[in-house]
Write a protein that binds this ligand. Sequence first.
Ligand code: PLP
Length: 390
Amino acid sequence: MAKQGLGMSVRTYGEREQKLLQQVLASGKLSSLAGGKFVPELEKKFAEAIGTKYAVAMNCCMSALHIALLSAEVGAGDEVITDSEFVFGAQAVLYCNAIPVFVDINPVTHNMNPNNIEKAITKRTKAIIATHAWGLPAEIDRIVEIGHKHNLLVIEDCAESILAPYKGRNTGNWGDIGCFSFQSSKQLSTGDGGMATTNDEKLAKMLRQDSGAPTSGSIAYNLRYGYRMTETTAAVGLAQLERLPDFIEGLKINAEYFDEAVAECKWIELQRGPDEAEHSFYKWAATFKGEEYGIDREDFKNAIEKADFSSVSVGYTHMPNYKHSLIKEHLAYSFHCPNNKESDISYPEGLCPNAEHVIPRLLIVRIIQSEETAKREAEKLNKVIMELEK
Ligand SMILES: Cc1ncc(COP(=O)(O)O)c(C=O)c1O
Protein backbone atom coordinates (compact mmCIF):
# COMPACT_ATOMS: atom_id res chain seq x y z
CA MET A 1 0.00 0.00 0.00
CA ALA A 2 1.09 3.55 -0.70
CA LYS A 3 2.02 5.61 2.35
CA GLN A 4 -0.55 8.16 3.43
CA GLY A 5 0.28 11.31 1.52
CA LEU A 6 1.45 14.56 2.97
CA GLY A 7 -0.39 16.70 0.43
CA MET A 8 2.79 18.39 -0.76
CA SER A 9 2.82 17.46 -4.42
CA VAL A 10 0.66 20.36 -5.64
CA ARG A 11 2.53 23.30 -7.09
CA THR A 12 1.73 26.48 -5.20
CA TYR A 13 3.15 29.97 -5.26
CA GLY A 14 2.21 31.24 -1.83
CA GLU A 15 2.94 33.74 0.90
CA ARG A 16 6.67 33.05 0.94
CA GLU A 17 7.02 33.82 -2.77
CA GLN A 18 4.92 36.96 -2.37
CA LYS A 19 7.00 38.16 0.56
CA LEU A 20 10.30 37.69 -1.28
CA LEU A 21 8.92 39.23 -4.46
CA GLN A 22 7.77 42.27 -2.49
CA GLN A 23 11.28 42.59 -1.07
CA VAL A 24 12.72 42.60 -4.59
CA LEU A 25 10.29 45.25 -5.77
CA ALA A 26 10.77 47.38 -2.66
CA SER A 27 14.55 47.26 -3.16
CA GLY A 28 14.16 48.72 -6.65
CA LYS A 29 16.93 46.33 -7.77
CA LEU A 30 15.47 43.94 -10.27
CA SER A 31 18.81 42.71 -11.53
CA SER A 32 21.87 41.34 -9.75
CA LEU A 33 23.85 43.73 -11.96
CA ALA A 34 22.08 46.57 -10.17
CA GLY A 35 23.18 45.14 -6.83
CA GLY A 36 20.23 42.78 -6.20
CA LYS A 37 20.98 40.09 -3.64
CA PHE A 38 18.49 37.39 -4.58
CA VAL A 39 20.36 35.83 -7.53
CA PRO A 40 23.59 35.41 -5.51
CA GLU A 41 21.56 34.07 -2.59
CA LEU A 42 19.79 31.52 -4.79
CA GLU A 43 23.13 30.48 -6.29
CA LYS A 44 24.58 29.97 -2.81
CA LYS A 45 21.60 27.99 -1.52
CA PHE A 46 21.35 25.97 -4.73
CA ALA A 47 25.02 24.98 -4.62
CA GLU A 48 24.50 23.94 -0.98
CA ALA A 49 21.44 21.86 -1.90
CA ILE A 50 23.25 20.04 -4.73
CA GLY A 51 26.54 19.84 -2.83
CA THR A 52 28.69 21.65 -5.39
CA LYS A 53 31.13 24.48 -4.78
CA TYR A 54 29.55 26.79 -7.36
CA ALA A 55 26.20 27.46 -8.99
CA VAL A 56 25.57 30.02 -11.73
CA ALA A 57 21.99 31.18 -12.34
CA MET A 58 20.69 31.58 -15.88
CA ASN A 59 17.37 32.21 -17.61
CA CYS A 60 16.80 28.53 -18.54
CA CYS A 61 18.45 25.14 -18.86
CA MET A 62 19.03 25.44 -22.63
CA SER A 63 21.17 28.50 -21.89
CA ALA A 64 23.10 26.53 -19.26
CA LEU A 65 23.68 23.68 -21.73
CA HIS A 66 24.83 26.14 -24.39
CA ILE A 67 27.26 27.95 -22.11
CA ALA A 68 28.50 24.63 -20.68
CA LEU A 69 29.43 23.51 -24.20
CA LEU A 70 31.10 26.85 -24.92
CA SER A 71 33.22 26.42 -21.80
CA ALA A 72 34.69 23.33 -23.52
CA GLU A 73 35.16 25.51 -26.63
CA VAL A 74 32.77 23.32 -28.60
CA GLY A 75 32.27 24.70 -32.08
CA ALA A 76 32.24 23.84 -35.79
CA GLY A 77 34.39 20.78 -36.45
CA ASP A 78 33.61 19.22 -33.08
CA GLU A 79 31.34 16.37 -32.03
CA VAL A 80 29.42 15.93 -28.80
CA ILE A 81 27.98 12.64 -27.60
CA THR A 82 24.42 12.74 -26.32
CA ASP A 83 21.72 10.23 -25.47
CA SER A 84 18.92 9.43 -27.87
CA GLU A 85 15.65 9.98 -25.97
CA PHE A 86 15.75 13.73 -25.29
CA VAL A 87 16.44 16.38 -27.92
CA PHE A 88 17.64 19.19 -25.64
CA GLY A 89 21.32 18.22 -25.44
CA ALA A 90 21.48 17.74 -29.21
CA GLN A 91 19.87 21.15 -29.75
CA ALA A 92 22.51 22.78 -27.55
CA VAL A 93 25.20 21.07 -29.65
CA LEU A 94 23.60 22.54 -32.78
CA TYR A 95 23.62 26.01 -31.15
CA CYS A 96 27.42 25.66 -31.25
CA ASN A 97 27.46 24.56 -34.93
CA ALA A 98 28.88 21.22 -33.78
CA ILE A 99 27.64 17.71 -34.58
CA PRO A 100 25.58 15.62 -32.15
CA VAL A 101 26.51 11.94 -31.99
CA PHE A 102 23.88 9.70 -30.47
CA VAL A 103 24.30 6.69 -28.23
CA ASP A 104 21.57 4.26 -27.35
CA ILE A 105 19.76 4.08 -24.03
CA ASN A 106 19.27 1.25 -21.61
CA PRO A 107 15.63 0.29 -22.29
CA VAL A 108 14.77 -0.08 -18.59
CA THR A 109 16.45 3.02 -17.15
CA HIS A 110 15.95 5.17 -20.30
CA ASN A 111 19.40 6.57 -19.59
CA MET A 112 22.49 6.60 -21.79
CA ASN A 113 24.09 3.15 -21.70
CA PRO A 114 27.75 3.73 -20.76
CA ASN A 115 28.72 0.60 -22.72
CA ASN A 116 27.83 2.45 -25.92
CA ILE A 117 29.95 5.53 -25.35
CA GLU A 118 33.48 4.54 -26.28
CA LYS A 119 32.61 3.36 -29.76
CA ALA A 120 31.03 6.76 -30.46
CA ILE A 121 34.19 8.71 -29.58
CA THR A 122 36.28 10.11 -32.46
CA LYS A 123 39.22 12.52 -32.57
CA ARG A 124 36.67 15.30 -32.96
CA THR A 125 34.70 14.51 -29.76
CA LYS A 126 34.85 17.32 -27.19
CA ALA A 127 32.13 16.55 -24.66
CA ILE A 128 29.37 14.23 -23.46
CA ILE A 129 25.91 15.40 -22.43
CA ALA A 130 24.09 12.81 -20.31
CA THR A 131 20.44 13.39 -19.43
CA HIS A 132 19.05 11.90 -16.23
CA ALA A 133 15.82 10.65 -17.79
CA TRP A 134 12.54 11.66 -16.17
CA GLY A 135 14.34 12.25 -12.83
CA LEU A 136 16.21 8.92 -12.61
CA PRO A 137 19.99 9.28 -12.33
CA ALA A 138 22.05 7.79 -15.15
CA GLU A 139 25.11 5.65 -14.35
CA ILE A 140 26.97 8.89 -14.12
CA ASP A 141 30.05 7.54 -12.33
CA ARG A 142 30.84 5.31 -15.31
CA ILE A 143 30.01 8.07 -17.80
CA VAL A 144 32.36 10.49 -16.04
CA GLU A 145 35.10 7.85 -15.86
CA ILE A 146 34.87 7.19 -19.61
CA GLY A 147 34.61 10.89 -20.46
CA HIS A 148 37.62 11.89 -18.40
CA LYS A 149 39.68 8.97 -19.70
CA HIS A 150 39.26 10.56 -23.14
CA ASN A 151 39.67 14.18 -21.93
CA LEU A 152 36.04 15.05 -22.62
CA LEU A 153 33.98 17.55 -20.67
CA VAL A 154 31.05 15.73 -19.05
CA ILE A 155 27.85 17.75 -18.83
CA GLU A 156 24.91 16.41 -16.87
CA ASP A 157 21.48 17.47 -18.10
CA CYS A 158 19.72 17.57 -14.73
CA ALA A 159 16.67 19.46 -16.03
CA GLU A 160 14.51 16.58 -14.79
CA SER A 161 16.60 15.26 -11.92
CA ILE A 162 16.83 17.92 -9.24
CA LEU A 163 17.65 16.38 -5.84
CA ALA A 164 17.99 12.91 -7.36
CA PRO A 165 21.02 11.35 -5.69
CA TYR A 166 23.09 8.57 -7.22
CA LYS A 167 25.27 6.63 -4.77
CA GLY A 168 24.37 9.29 -2.20
CA ARG A 169 25.58 12.23 -4.30
CA ASN A 170 23.19 14.49 -6.19
CA THR A 171 23.04 14.60 -9.96
CA GLY A 172 24.74 17.80 -11.06
CA ASN A 173 27.62 17.01 -8.69
CA TRP A 174 29.26 14.23 -10.73
CA GLY A 175 30.23 15.64 -14.11
CA ASP A 176 32.17 18.81 -14.86
CA ILE A 177 28.97 20.85 -15.17
CA GLY A 178 25.34 20.14 -14.22
CA CYS A 179 22.50 22.00 -15.96
CA PHE A 180 19.12 22.46 -14.27
CA SER A 181 15.75 23.76 -15.44
CA PHE A 182 13.20 25.74 -13.44
CA GLN A 183 10.72 25.77 -16.32
CA SER A 184 7.01 25.63 -15.47
CA SER A 185 6.64 21.83 -15.52
CA LYS A 186 9.71 21.05 -13.42
CA GLN A 187 9.94 20.02 -9.75
CA LEU A 188 11.33 23.48 -8.90
CA SER A 189 9.58 26.05 -11.03
CA THR A 190 10.08 29.78 -11.43
CA GLY A 191 8.12 29.86 -14.70
CA ASP A 192 11.41 29.82 -16.58
CA GLY A 193 14.89 29.69 -15.15
CA GLY A 194 18.00 27.57 -14.95
CA MET A 195 21.22 26.91 -13.12
CA ALA A 196 24.64 25.50 -13.91
CA THR A 197 26.59 23.77 -11.15
CA THR A 198 30.29 22.92 -11.00
CA ASN A 199 33.11 22.23 -8.56
CA ASP A 200 35.70 23.83 -10.83
CA GLU A 201 36.55 27.46 -10.14
CA LYS A 202 37.73 28.15 -13.69
CA LEU A 203 34.57 26.66 -15.21
CA ALA A 204 32.41 28.63 -12.74
CA LYS A 205 34.13 31.83 -13.84
CA MET A 206 33.59 31.03 -17.53
CA LEU A 207 29.95 30.08 -16.97
CA ARG A 208 29.29 33.36 -15.16
CA GLN A 209 31.13 35.49 -17.64
CA ASP A 210 29.74 34.00 -20.85
CA SER A 211 26.12 33.84 -19.64
CA GLY A 212 25.97 37.57 -18.97
CA ALA A 213 25.62 40.00 -21.87
CA PRO A 214 28.37 42.61 -22.17
CA THR A 215 27.90 45.61 -19.93
CA SER A 216 28.56 49.21 -20.90
CA GLY A 217 32.05 49.18 -19.39
CA SER A 218 33.20 45.80 -20.61
CA ILE A 219 35.57 45.23 -23.50
CA ALA A 220 34.36 42.44 -25.83
CA TYR A 221 36.92 39.71 -26.34
CA ASN A 222 34.53 36.83 -26.85
CA LEU A 223 30.84 36.27 -27.49
CA ARG A 224 28.76 36.73 -24.36
CA TYR A 225 25.13 35.79 -24.14
CA GLY A 226 22.18 37.51 -22.50
CA TYR A 227 21.22 34.57 -20.31
CA ARG A 228 21.11 36.24 -16.88
CA MET A 229 18.42 35.38 -14.36
CA THR A 230 16.35 38.26 -12.96
CA GLU A 231 15.94 39.03 -9.28
CA THR A 232 12.21 38.33 -9.37
CA THR A 233 12.88 34.86 -10.77
CA ALA A 234 15.49 34.23 -8.07
CA ALA A 235 13.05 35.31 -5.34
CA VAL A 236 10.50 32.75 -6.50
CA GLY A 237 13.30 30.18 -6.84
CA LEU A 238 14.44 30.73 -3.26
CA ALA A 239 10.95 30.16 -1.91
CA GLN A 240 10.45 27.07 -4.09
CA LEU A 241 13.85 25.67 -3.10
CA GLU A 242 12.90 25.86 0.59
CA ARG A 243 9.93 23.56 -0.06
CA LEU A 244 11.61 21.32 -2.65
CA PRO A 245 12.56 18.31 -0.47
CA ASP A 246 8.96 18.04 0.83
CA PHE A 247 7.60 18.57 -2.68
CA ILE A 248 9.69 15.70 -4.02
CA GLU A 249 8.55 13.49 -1.11
CA GLY A 250 5.00 14.22 -2.28
CA LEU A 251 5.90 13.21 -5.84
CA LYS A 252 7.35 9.94 -4.57
CA ILE A 253 4.10 9.20 -2.77
CA ASN A 254 2.16 9.91 -5.97
CA ALA A 255 4.51 7.63 -7.91
CA GLU A 256 3.75 4.77 -5.53
CA TYR A 257 0.08 4.83 -6.55
CA PHE A 258 1.12 4.28 -10.18
CA ASP A 259 3.64 1.61 -9.18
CA GLU A 260 0.80 -0.22 -7.46
CA ALA A 261 -1.53 0.24 -10.43
CA VAL A 262 0.85 -1.69 -12.70
CA ALA A 263 2.39 -3.99 -10.08
CA GLU A 264 0.54 -7.11 -11.25
CA CYS A 265 0.85 -6.30 -14.95
CA LYS A 266 3.48 -8.31 -16.79
CA TRP A 267 3.38 -6.12 -19.90
CA ILE A 268 4.20 -2.78 -18.33
CA GLU A 269 7.82 -2.36 -17.29
CA LEU A 270 8.63 0.37 -14.79
CA GLN A 271 11.49 2.78 -15.48
CA ARG A 272 13.84 1.82 -12.68
CA GLY A 273 17.56 2.05 -12.11
CA PRO A 274 19.94 0.40 -9.74
CA ASP A 275 19.21 0.73 -6.00
CA GLU A 276 21.79 3.52 -5.73
CA ALA A 277 19.78 5.71 -8.15
CA GLU A 278 17.05 7.69 -6.38
CA HIS A 279 14.30 8.93 -8.68
CA SER A 280 13.04 12.48 -8.07
CA PHE A 281 10.04 11.93 -10.36
CA TYR A 282 9.80 14.74 -12.84
CA LYS A 283 7.56 12.19 -14.53
CA TRP A 284 6.63 8.62 -13.71
CA ALA A 285 7.56 6.48 -16.72
CA ALA A 286 7.10 2.89 -17.83
CA THR A 287 7.23 0.93 -21.08
CA PHE A 288 4.39 -0.92 -22.80
CA LYS A 289 5.47 -4.46 -23.66
CA GLY A 290 2.02 -5.78 -24.55
CA GLU A 291 3.02 -7.15 -27.96
CA GLU A 292 4.93 -9.89 -26.13
CA TYR A 293 1.65 -10.88 -24.42
CA GLY A 294 -0.73 -10.56 -27.35
CA ILE A 295 -1.92 -7.04 -26.51
CA ASP A 296 -1.91 -4.61 -29.39
CA ARG A 297 -0.16 -1.25 -28.89
CA GLU A 298 -2.89 0.65 -30.77
CA ASP A 299 -5.55 -0.94 -28.53
CA PHE A 300 -3.60 0.18 -25.47
CA LYS A 301 -3.15 3.70 -26.84
CA ASN A 302 -6.83 3.96 -27.74
CA ALA A 303 -7.88 2.68 -24.33
CA ILE A 304 -5.69 5.30 -22.62
CA GLU A 305 -7.07 8.06 -24.85
CA LYS A 306 -10.66 6.93 -24.28
CA ALA A 307 -10.22 6.86 -20.50
CA ASP A 308 -9.61 10.62 -20.68
CA PHE A 309 -6.78 10.87 -18.14
CA SER A 310 -5.60 14.28 -17.03
CA SER A 311 -2.00 13.16 -16.57
CA VAL A 312 -1.34 9.89 -18.42
CA SER A 313 -0.16 9.62 -22.03
CA VAL A 314 1.52 7.11 -24.34
CA GLY A 315 4.37 7.60 -26.81
CA TYR A 316 6.18 10.80 -25.73
CA THR A 317 7.68 12.13 -29.02
CA HIS A 318 7.18 8.73 -30.75
CA MET A 319 10.75 8.75 -32.03
CA PRO A 320 14.36 9.11 -30.92
CA ASN A 321 15.80 12.59 -31.10
CA TYR A 322 17.79 11.96 -34.30
CA LYS A 323 14.52 11.39 -36.18
CA HIS A 324 13.25 14.90 -35.38
CA SER A 325 13.22 16.82 -38.66
CA LEU A 326 15.75 19.37 -37.36
CA ILE A 327 18.32 16.58 -37.28
CA LYS A 328 17.09 13.96 -39.72
CA GLU A 329 16.48 16.51 -42.48
CA HIS A 330 19.66 18.41 -41.61
CA LEU A 331 17.80 21.67 -41.09
CA ALA A 332 20.44 23.09 -38.76
CA TYR A 333 23.51 24.90 -40.15
CA SER A 334 25.88 22.44 -38.41
CA PHE A 335 25.05 19.83 -41.02
CA HIS A 336 26.14 22.16 -43.85
CA CYS A 337 29.13 23.76 -42.16
CA PRO A 338 32.34 22.99 -44.13
CA ASN A 339 34.26 22.43 -40.87
CA ASN A 340 32.01 19.48 -40.10
CA LYS A 341 32.57 17.59 -43.32
CA GLU A 342 34.70 14.92 -41.64
CA SER A 343 31.87 13.95 -39.28
CA ASP A 344 29.42 11.21 -40.12
CA ILE A 345 26.05 12.94 -40.10
CA SER A 346 23.96 10.05 -41.26
CA TYR A 347 21.47 8.94 -38.65
CA PRO A 348 20.08 5.75 -40.17
CA GLU A 349 17.15 3.65 -39.03
CA GLY A 350 18.35 1.27 -36.32
CA LEU A 351 21.07 3.65 -35.06
CA CYS A 352 19.78 3.36 -31.47
CA PRO A 353 17.47 0.33 -31.49
CA ASN A 354 16.42 0.59 -27.83
CA ALA A 355 15.39 4.23 -28.16
CA GLU A 356 13.54 3.48 -31.40
CA HIS A 357 11.64 0.64 -29.75
CA VAL A 358 10.97 2.11 -26.34
CA ILE A 359 10.00 5.76 -27.00
CA PRO A 360 6.76 5.06 -28.93
CA ARG A 361 5.84 2.65 -26.11
CA LEU A 362 6.52 5.06 -23.26
CA LEU A 363 3.74 5.38 -20.71
CA ILE A 364 4.21 8.71 -18.98
CA VAL A 365 2.48 10.30 -16.02
CA ARG A 366 2.73 13.99 -15.19
CA ILE A 367 3.22 13.24 -11.53
CA ILE A 368 3.03 16.83 -10.25
CA GLN A 369 -0.60 16.70 -9.19
CA SER A 370 -2.55 16.34 -5.96
CA GLU A 371 -2.35 13.02 -4.16
CA GLU A 372 -6.11 12.70 -4.59
CA THR A 373 -5.79 13.06 -8.38
CA ALA A 374 -2.82 10.66 -8.45
CA LYS A 375 -4.85 8.04 -6.59
CA ARG A 376 -7.82 8.49 -8.92
CA GLU A 377 -5.73 8.43 -12.10
CA ALA A 378 -3.77 5.38 -10.91
CA GLU A 379 -7.00 3.51 -10.17
CA LYS A 380 -8.24 4.41 -13.63
CA LEU A 381 -5.00 3.13 -15.16
CA ASN A 382 -5.38 -0.12 -13.27
CA LYS A 383 -8.93 -0.48 -14.67
CA VAL A 384 -7.71 0.10 -18.24
CA ILE A 385 -5.09 -2.62 -17.74
CA MET A 386 -7.60 -5.09 -16.27
CA GLU A 387 -10.01 -4.47 -19.16
CA LEU A 388 -7.30 -5.17 -21.74
CA GLU A 389 -6.33 -8.36 -19.96
CA LYS A 390 -9.88 -9.77 -20.15
C1 PLP B 1 16.01 17.00 -20.19
C2 PLP B 1 15.74 18.45 -20.45
N1 PLP B 1 16.76 19.23 -20.83
C3 PLP B 1 16.61 20.54 -21.07
C4 PLP B 1 15.36 21.13 -20.96
C5 PLP B 1 15.22 22.58 -21.31
O1 PLP B 1 14.91 23.32 -20.17
P1 PLP B 1 14.57 24.88 -20.26
O2 PLP B 1 13.16 24.99 -20.77
O3 PLP B 1 14.71 25.37 -18.87
O4 PLP B 1 15.55 25.49 -21.17
C6 PLP B 1 14.26 20.36 -20.56
C7 PLP B 1 12.93 20.98 -20.46
O5 PLP B 1 11.90 20.43 -20.73
C8 PLP B 1 14.46 18.98 -20.29
O6 PLP B 1 13.45 18.20 -19.90
